[in-house]
Design a binder for this molecule. Structure first.
Ligand SMILES: [Zn+2]
Length: 150
């Protein structure tokens, strides 16, 4: 039932194609890293203060994956149809917008591909910082601590 589509790195969202009664849905699962919150409350507050001081939204932030593909061309006499290497790599920007809604397009120029890589890295870094902040806040709440300013 599940047919997984590989992601380029362990921290990429993983897309699953799931067939519910003939209708194809794509579910994106973001695997959150688990941060060490078994520290003293003071240490957690220091870490939280540091994270907040580092948070920055960079203008090229991009929530997407860069997918590498090799493919066959339209010429039946080409080597790619006769056991030779396929053409590529081609790089596609892929964004999962909602269940079953994927925005995908080819990035032709090397500069576009590099801009995508950088923007994806910036977004992911911000997302990781927010996730750590969120896990610290959950732990502080569990300890019946105040979540606001110290
Ligand atoms: Zn070909």
């Amino acid at each position: 039932m599940f047919a997984g589509l590989g992601a380029l790195s362990h921290s990429d969202p993983i897309f699953f194609f799931v067939d519910f009664g003939g209708i194809l849905y794509i579910l994106s699962l973001y695997m959150a890293r688990i941060y060490d919150t078994a520290k003293s409350t003071l240490a957690l507050r220091h870490r939280k203060h540091f994270l907040l001081s580092q948070l920055e939204i960079l203008p090229d932030s991009l929530r997407a994956s860069l997918v590498e593909r090799f493919s066959r061309c339209g010429k039946t006499n080409c080597h790619c149809h006769h056991g030779g290497d396929k053409h590529g790599p081609f790089y596609y920007l892929t964004q999962c917008l909602a269940v079953g809604k994927v925005n995908k397009f080819l990035l032709k120029a090397a500069a576009q591909q590099q801009a995508a890589r950088t923007g994806i890295d910036h977004y992911r870094h911000l997302q990781e910082q927010l996730e750590e902040l969120s896990q610290i806040n959950a732990e502080l709440l569990r300890r019946e601590e105040n979540l606001g300013d110290d």
